[in-house]
Design a protein. Sequence first.
Length: 416
Amino acid sequence: MLDLTSASVSSVVESAPLPAMGTLPDQIRAGRAFFFTGRGRWSGNGTSAADATEHGSAWSSCGTCHPDGLTDNLTWIFAAGPRQSTSLDGSFSHGIPGTVKQRIFNWTAVIDELHDFETNARGVSGGKGALTTSATCGILAAETRTSITGSGLASPPVQEVQDTQAMNCTTDWNRVTDFVKVIRPPRARRYGDAASVSRGAALFGGAGGCTHCHGGAGWTISNRFYTPISLNNGAGGLPAQAFTAPVTFPLSQSSPNTTQIALQHPSADSFVPTTIPPLQLTCALRNVGTFGVPGSTATTDALEVRSTAFIFGGTMMSTRAQGRAGYNVPALYGLAVGAPYLHHGKAATLEELFTDPLWLPHTQAGNVNFLVGGSAATDRADLINFLLTIDALTTEIPVPAGYASGCACPGGGGSC
Ligand code: HEC
Ligand code: HEC
């Protein structure tokens, strides 16, 4: 307790005992600390005199852009393109235990494990990172960063490297994963017009056809159906496994790629006559016509840029963003606190998302006759009222038959 008169600590009162070392609550606590405090290896690299004593000045952490584990609601220009910060409440689903799943990460389905964000800890926060080796682990200056050429969907995956390398220093990324799993979506509206909400739910699962893409666990068909290991991510694995679009899907909505892991297909975007990196999980992508600003080539070309040009065949190719072939279907938790919407944040409100003709291909992706005619305004209001009630407790609505993701393991199995 602080004694304000003498400006001293008069007694120590613990609000609650810390969880026992090594238990899951303790691991979650550690992951939360790494995520938010950005101390030590998360922002310091031990090479300067200041770092040696300070162990990281914590000027940035994951929490900088993901306050409370959610989103700062800003659109950053990242290496893949303009990217609205994703709320991590939907990175894992929150439905019935046993059905909980991890989605593929990022707007263009380019990341499959939390460990891949090592590049963020090193590059954005200036930290040593948590994938290091040393004979004297714990002294940052004496630790060597492991090369992470296999981050994203490439091989060997980062967690596999962590688990198999000699003199590995920490498994902190496992703790961050434990924490992200328990980020709860904000509690949604409870006191709306109940009849309107249930009409909206019926439209979502029925006439709107929203569940073709936003059905199932975590309100998205996006699903990490495989364990990131060399066997799956390596050349003979998912990069060689055929991708066949579900027959019920209009071809225009499916990725033109023919294998499960691939670079964006050259046919998707005539702006650059080549593939666009990084590697994507093809079966998680759906094209709903949201690349740039539809109808305005100049605005699209100015908007859909990436922070660094990509190199192809030794030539600096372009700063064209990835995404023309479609996006990773987002989870729909926390919409009331997550505006603006879409990967580039171009829809300011849910009303705009479902009214502006620019985004009509998305609104009608599940049914070309949706939100037309005399009932459009009421249906739109009902749909939005329902969307605003989605949180961890809302009963998930399954994906209708025929609209499964099209994901398949090496050899054709459903999980690997
Ligand atoms: C500079 C802002 C910024 C910082 C710092 C940041 N993120 Fe992010 N994060 C983003 C943006 C923007 C996206 C969307 C990127 C994309 O889709 O290409 C994102 C996406 C993610 C996702 C994908 C979620 C999903 O379900 O698709 C995860 C997981 C994530 N970040 C974790 C982290 C972790 C862990 C750290 C700390 C090491 C971190 N982020 C630091 C801005 C940031
Ligand atoms: C064919 C697949 C598909 C269908 C059908 C579909 N969506 Fe989407 N939805 C997507 C994709 C992909 C995005 C992301 C697009 C982007 O960011 O550019 C998205 C984005 C959204 C967003 C914005 C989320 C955010 O965090 O920015 C909302 C809300 C949404 N959809 C609700 C719906 C509703 C309601 C319906 C039914 C009327 C529907 N969607 C139908 C694929 C689909």
